[in-house]
Write a protein that binds this ligand. Structure first.
Ligand code: HEM
Length: 87
């Protein structure tokens, strides 16, 4: 639920310990600025250039958003999204 951080005034740059995808303090990830730009560029390019659909007539409401606890918290079932055509 990434939206839980909306309007909280929390950012990911290592000051707010509720959200530290790049770590914090002296050993914070030195690739933070590059990583931040690349993730935005990659995701925006995929959304901009392709139309997407879910496999097997799954609707967004049916998606299993279950989580699996580990070193990081990730989806129990990987997201499968199919690019159907370039826009
Ligand atoms: C979305 C992309 C990335 C994420 C989420 C990420 C996340 C992290 C995290 C959590 C750490 C450990 C920080 C800590 O120990 O507190 C780390 C360390 C590190 N990251 Fe990244 N990283 C990303 C991209 C990059 C990139 C693009 C580079 C280099 C070009 C990079 C280079 C490093 C290095 C060298 C360390 C070790 C820093 C140290 O131990 O002093 N990372 N990263």
């Amino acid at each position: 639920m990434p939206e839980r951080f909306l309007e909280q005034g929390i950012n990911f740059k290592g000051q707010d310990f509720e959200l530290i995808p790049f770590g914090a303090g002296r050993r914070i990830c030195p690739g933070l600025p590059l990583g931040n730009r690349m993730v935005h560029l990659m995701l925006a390019s995929l959304v901009h250039y392709f139309a997407w659909e879910l496999p097997d007539e799954i609707t967004p409401e049916d998606m299993d958003m279950g989580e699996l606890f580990g070193l990081t918290l990730h989806r129990a079932k990987p997201l499968k999204a199919i690019p159907i055509k370039s826009l």
